[in-house]
Design a protein around this ligand. Structure first.
Ligand code: SF4
Length: 152
């Protein structure tokens, strides 16, 4: 069973109330080959919410206490991002997920690139908080772009 970002399956759970529908992901859900998760909702956020970015590093650094997740207005929401990451890990463990497909660039879900903390649309190489935690625990995390080249 595959675990996928809810927004990739078409659920309107992004910070601004939109989705990021990916047809391959939604087909996997329809065929009961995948289940959805939104780490930010599991962390306690609702939709819509303020955009947030990681300042001072990436998800690995957040888990190590070297970086933080901050909303555009300056509110430190690191604890909620970490809570959402652990809740997602719990779900992945319980369902024995074979693969996890998460939305690229998100401070939670990015698995290759994330925004750089300046809220200017600039990306840097790195993992979001949830991706970092899942990878640390041995899960294969890929983005929707990588999914396009895989046979699922
Ligand atoms: S936390 Fe992940 S699943 Fe939830 S809206 Fe953001 S990118 Fe999508």
């Amino acid at each position: 069973m595959i675990l996928v970002s809810s927004c990739l399956a078409g659920l309107e759970v992004r910070y601004n109330g939109t989705h990021s529908l990916n047809n391959k992901v939604s087909r996997l859900v329809e065929e009961n080959k995948a289940v959805t998760v939104c780490p930010e909702l599991l962390g306690g956020f609702s939709t819509p919410r303020e955009p947030a970015e990681i300042i001072g590093g990436d998800g690995e650094d957040v888990l190590e206490g070297r970086a933080k997740v901050v909303e555009k207005s300056g509110e430190d929401v690191t604890d909620l991002y970490i809570k959402g990451a652990y809740a997602t890990l719990d779900k992945a463990v319980k369902m024995n997920a074979t693969t996890v497909v998460l939305k690229e660039n998100s401070p939670s879900c990015g698995s290759s690139t994330i925004y750089n903390g300046e809220f200017k649309g600039k990306k840097v190489v790195g993992n979001g908080v949830t991706s970092a935690l899942l990878k640390r625990n041995g899960f294969q995390v890929i983005s929707e772009k990588q999914l396009a080249t895989n046979n699922y």
